[in-house]
Design a protein around this ligand. Structure first.
Ligand code: ZN
Length: 334
């Protein structure tokens, strides 16, 4: 259970795919989820989950058992899919129901299955890494060369205690820049006690958005988005985006795990600071299908956002970030 919970902070351009031709009619305004994990179902650590469970961050003592922050004491916990088939069916159903397009990454077999089962172009595949030892530079280049992967994500050096500007990762970013592939980098969020438990190498300081500056300076054509909005480093995030006009962010993960008031405060400040056109919706979906609806409602219910601002976050900003053509999405159509 804990592993499940902690993994959510997790891991993981487009010559775009031709959308359109084979699609069924959609009735929902289009939604773009830029942060979806493809995971194999593991019955040993799949468990129900209460959204916003990090509303309580209790401390503990190194000589005592770790505090269990997982919380299923809510009226309606989200239930995990019980099999790979159920997971895939639930994801594909939501692509149809919510007219959804998603960037997905993680387990390659699951990813291929989803791409084959989804309407054309609705799942945009990504490939990521956290450190150089996971994948050689040559293998990474080969992976991008075959054209299947359109995005480099999720890249999460923070879990290894590395800065995203660490030179060991530079050759990979250089390839992404060469191919014109956008890169999603995990910055910030780590739950409660991450460094004490599953990720001893995790460093909160390596999630500082300012650590992206050297990388961006070395690769002026590289397009990145900051995953998890660099939470909780709001001021640094605002400063970074002010200095770097190509940088976008996603609001995945923290929108369903941290306290709701905190989430709305953070998003409101980003909009108030002028970045409403660079906030991209994302879930950090892992194993709970209803997480899609739960996360979407956070934006749909935000009283400080106009309807236009909600549409920007839920869809338009991603389309602009990926240089896609809105006409590829067939809403409304009856
Ligand atoms: Zn992440």
């Amino acid at each position: 259970m804990k592993k499940t919970i902690f993994l959510f902070f997790c891991l993981f351009t487009l010559n775009l795919i031709s959308f359109g031709q084979a699609q069924k009619k959609f009735t929902h305004l289009p939604v773009f989820d830029i942060h979806v994990h493809t995971m194999k179902v593991n019955p040993n650590w799949g468990a129900p989950m209460c959204p916003w469970f990090l509303s309580n961050m209790p401390g503990t003592d190194p000589n005592l058992p770790m505090v269990d922050i997982t919380n299923v004491d809510c009226v309606d916990p989200l239930l995990p899919a019980k099999s790979d088939e159920e997971m895939q069916d639930e994801v594909i159903k939501r692509i149809h129901d919510f007219n959804m397009t998603m960037v997905a990454f993680g387990d390659a077999e699951i990813l291929y299955n989803w791409v084959n089962a989804a309407p054309p172009g609705r799942i945009i595949p990504g490939i990521g890494l956290n450190k150089a030892s996971e994948l050689t530079v040559e293998a990474f280049r080969d992976s991008l060369s075959n054209g299947f992967y359109k995005v480099m994500a999720e890249v999460a050096p923070q879990y290894e205690g590395l800065s995203p500007s660490d030179m060991s990762l530079d050759p990979y970013f250089a390839i992404a820049e060469e191919f014109g592939i956008p890169v999603g980098i995990h910055m910030g969020t780590g739950g409660n006690g991450q460094a004490n438990t599953y990720q001893p190498s995790y460093r909160a300081s390596m999630g500082n958005p300012f650590l992206l500056e050297d990388l961006l300076a070395r690769h002026p054509k590289l397009k990145i988005w900051v995953m998890h909005a660099g939470y909780p480093m709001l001021e640094e995030m605002i400063a970074l985006m002010g200095a770097n006009a190509y940088v976008y962010l996603d609001i995945s993960g923290f929108i369903w795990s941290y306290p709701l008031d905190e989430i709305h405060y953070y998003i409101k400040r980003l909009v108030q600071a002028g970045f409403g056109k660079r906030i991209i919706y994302g879930t950090d979906f892992m194993i709970w299908p209803e997480l899609f609806e739960t996360s979407m409602r956070v934006i749909e219910s935000a009283q400080y956002l106009s309807e236009d601002q909600k549409r920007d976050i839920l869809f338009n900003n991603a389309v602009r970030f990926f240089n896609m053509d809105k006409s590829m999405f067939d809403w409304p159509k009856n």
